[in-house]
Ligand binder design. Structure first.
Ligand SMILES: [Mg+2]
Length: 311
């Protein structure tokens, strides 16, 4: 029989009952593991993932309720669905179980089909939880990416840059930012249309992203044709050198936008940063961006296609 997705942990001190449960659950195609009390179950759960736990209540060492309480106190990556099997069927016990975090219960002696039906319900809930989490991760990833250029967006920048600055300040490290603006970009849009304009923005962003340090430097679209590159562990001097390397790379390589058309673009750069050594403990993101922006403005008035760094 084809194995089903999620394995089941069976916790029961009576060996005959335990074997019976495993036979029923295993016979339905689920992988199973066994534990003879809560303590052993705890050790198993610390090392492997069991989305469904079927547990007895009365056991030596650690009983079912205590195990349940422990599971709920953990920060598990995924929800664990707990089904309690008990010989006691007083309302009080059942209520106590639910309060502790039990999801479902069955009284012994159990009916095999009913046990499987309840495990299937648990599987359905686990499956839903996982697809929700997956959807959340995908939405989160999309929400920080600029759809035109494929680099990070302004929202990510506003969240991440202050954190980068704080980290650099705490450990006394250098950090630089480079503000870039495509020269005469409006002319490209006016001459070739916005679709070509978008292609140029995309080409610029990917060229830059290909040459900055992977997993260390990052780039975000600040707005329109403006981008910001963040260079941790880099002083302003070296950031300006890197910016000039980018400037040359962009200016010397045409961007093909159709079979016929290739576009030359140039870019202006403004560089600012914090020094890990002196007086930058209270600098905030807006000041750093303001400095880079002022340098960028000077680069524009100096004739564009150049790099100006903050002194
Ligand atoms: Mg027992």
């Amino acid at each position: 029989m084809r194995k089903k997705n999620y394995p089941v942990l069976v916790v029961e001190d009576d060996p005959v009952t335990r074997r019976l449960i495993c036979k029923t659950v295993g016979g339905a195609g689920y992988d199973t593991a066994e534990a003879e009390n809560g303590k052993i179950a705890q050790e198993i759960l610390k090392n492997s993932c069991f989305p469904i736990v079927v547990t007895d209540l009365m056991m030596p060492e650690m009983d079912g309720l205590e195990l349940c309480r422990w599971i709920r106190s953990q920060r598990n990556a995924h929800y664990i669905y707990i089904v309690v099997l008990t010989a006691r069927d007083s309302t009080e016990d059942v209520l106590k179980g639910f309060e502790t975090g039990v999801d479902d219960y069955l009284t012994k002696p159990f009916n095999h089909a009913e046990l499987l039906a309840r495990i299937n319900t648990g599987m359905r809930i686990i499956g839903l939880e996982r697809s929700l989490k997956q959807a959340y991760r995908e939405i989160k990833a999309l929400s920080i990416i600029d759809s035109v250029t494929g680099c990070y967006n302004r929202r990510y920048l506003e969240e991440k840059l202050p954190a980068e600055i704080k980290r650099a300040q705490r450990y006394g490290r250098d950090l630089s930012i480079v503000m870039c603006d495509l020269d005469h970009f409006k002319m490209i849009n006016d001459t070739y249309g916005h679709q070509v304009g978008d292609m140029v923005l995309h080409a610029f962003a990917s060229r830059v992203q290909n040459v900055i340090r992977k997993d260390i430097d990052w780039m975000a679209r600040y707005g329109g044709e403006e981008f910001l590159i963040v260079l941790p562990e880099t002083n302003v001097e070296n950031a300006a050198k890197k910016a000039d390397m980018l400037r040359r790379m962009i200016a010397e390589n045409r961007i093909g936008v159709s079979e016929r058309d290739q576009i030359f673009i140039t870019v202006s750069f403004g560089v600012s940063g914090l020094s890990g050594k002196i007086g930058c403990e209270n600098v905030v993101a807006s000041e750093l961006i303001g400095d880079a922006d002022a340098c960028l403005y000077r680069a524009k008035t100096a004739g564009r296609n150049c790099v100006i760094k903050a002194s």
